[in-house]
Design a protein around this ligand. Structure first.
Ligand SMILES: *[C@@H]1O[C@H](CO)[C@@H](O)[C@H](O)[C@H]1NC(C)=O
Ligand SMILES: *[C@@H]1O[C@H](CO)[C@@H](O)[C@H](O)[C@H]1NC(C)=O
Ligand SMILES: *[C@@H]1O[C@H](CO)[C@@H](O)[C@H](O)[C@H]1NC(C)=O
Ligand SMILES: *[C@@H]1O[C@H](CO)[C@@H](O)[C@H](O)[C@H]1NC(C)=O
Ligand SMILES: *[C@@H]1O[C@H](CO)[C@@H](O)[C@H](O)[C@H]1NC(C)=O
Ligand SMILES: *[C@@H]1O[C@H](CO)[C@@H](O)[C@H](O)[C@H]1NC(C)=O
Ligand SMILES: *[C@@H]1O[C@H](CO)[C@@H](O)[C@H](O)[C@H]1NC(C)=O
Length: 277
């Protein structure tokens, strides 16, 4: 019983070493983990995306909370303000996302009862779209609505089944059960209002929203061989760098004996003498 811990069992020593490896590794590679993870592209069908999107192999720290992408059978999906959308296109240069509501891909009825709203901190509207409101559960449509703008929809526990369309983001009023507004393309609008197949096609083609993320800050980061992410508390763009922690917008050049000189022909100590910090 007086043997020391180290002579107790070689297995215990091995166990301790393995255990030390496990507690050492995560702390030394955690930032490189995010660097690697956030360099992964989201790829689904013919859609690919990186910052400011996350999901499917990209941890939450790689993107802004509202922009989580999911891949289901090669179809990209996103939930924004509780509304389910199919992602049809992502244009990183213009910072534009084209999405279509999943519920309206199969007709007007029954919808997910939620308006297509967008957090103005994260999104801005794109010219060329206007809101269209679908009003449900009415006894009758107002007399001035053209017939193609009137439809029938049975909603659980609601007796009245008449629905109609109204331009703008409006409410159901007292006469009807509920309403849903969604942006539609303005260009086809006049025709689609009287042409139901055209409107159904518009809803499938979807609409665009622009995401508002500081593109220059991210460019500064990627130009310095970092990868952009989001600081979870402040929601600010941050830069994950090789060998370095986060918090700054760029991976500043690190002076080391092996680093190439900042000015050709000059070594790092000469550079530091000229530029004392
Ligand atoms: C993906 O493919 C569909 C159908 O093949 C096409 O309509 C769409 O424009 C493509 N999207 C992108 C981003 O290439
Ligand atoms: C739709 O209506 C909402 C709420 O009024 C508004 O914030 C948004 O800008 C409108 N969208 C378009 C495309 O006009
Ligand atoms: C959609 O917005 C309108 C206007 O703000 C509101 O009256 C209506 O209740 C909203 N619909 C849903 C499903 O929240
Ligand atoms: C990043 O690099 C590109 C190409 O070298 C350059 O055009 C761009 O201005 C740089 N952006 C920033 C923010 O430094
Ligand atoms: C960060 O984003 C989340 C999700 O949109 C939001 O709930 C939170 O208030 C934001 N925090 C800040 C500091 O803006
Ligand atoms: C990371 O640091 C090590 C040693 O500190 C160095 O050898 C390596 O070049 C650095 N890598 C990068 C990408 O800066
Ligand atoms: C930098 O160059 C100066 C002058 O040529 C030399 O004295 C010094 O040793 C060099 N320092 C390094 C780190 O190479």
């Amino acid at each position: 019983m007086n043997s020391s811990v180290f002579s107790l069992s070689p297995y215990l020593s091995v166990f301790v070493i393995v255990w030390l490896l496990f507690i050492q590794i995560p702390s030394s590679v955690s930032n490189n983990g995010l660097l690697t993870d956030c360099r992964n592209k989201f790829v689904c069908g013919n859609i690919s995306a990186d910052f400011p999107f996350w999901g499917t192999g990209r941890p939450p720290a790689c993107g802004i909370p509202e922009l989580e992408l999911k891949c289901e059978n090669d179809i990209t999906k996103v939930i924004i303000d509780e509304v389910r959308y199919r992602v049809l296109d992502i244009n990183p240069d213009r910072q534009i996302l084209r999405i279509a509501r999943e519920d309206y891909l199969v007709g007007f009825c029954p919808p997910q009862f939620a308006n297509s709203t967008f957090n103005p901190m994260v999104f801005e509207t794109v010219n060329g779209y206007t809101n269209l409101t679908f009003i449900y559960g009415c006894m009758a449509a107002p007399g001035n609505i053209p017939i193609p703008g009137v439809f029938t929809c049975k909603i659980n526990q609601v007796n009245d089944q008449t629905g109609y369309l109204e331009v703008g983001a409006t409410g159901p009023g007292r006469q009807c059960y509920g309403s849903v507004f969604v942006p539609v393309s303005v260009s086809d609008f006049t025709s689609s209002f009287v042409n139901r197949p055209a409107l159904e096609q518009d809803l499938k083609t979807g609409f665009e929203v622009r995401w508002k993320v500081d593109k220059a800050a991210c460019e500064e980061c990627t130009n310095s061989s970092g990868v952009c992410g989001i600081e979870p508390v402040t929601n600010q763009t941050i830069c994950y760098c090789p060998n370095k922690s986060t918090g700054s917008k760029t991976c500043l050049p690190v002076f080391s004996p092996t680093a190439s000189p900042a000015i050709p022909g000059m070594n790092s100590s000469q550079f530091l003498m000229l530029h004392p910090s």
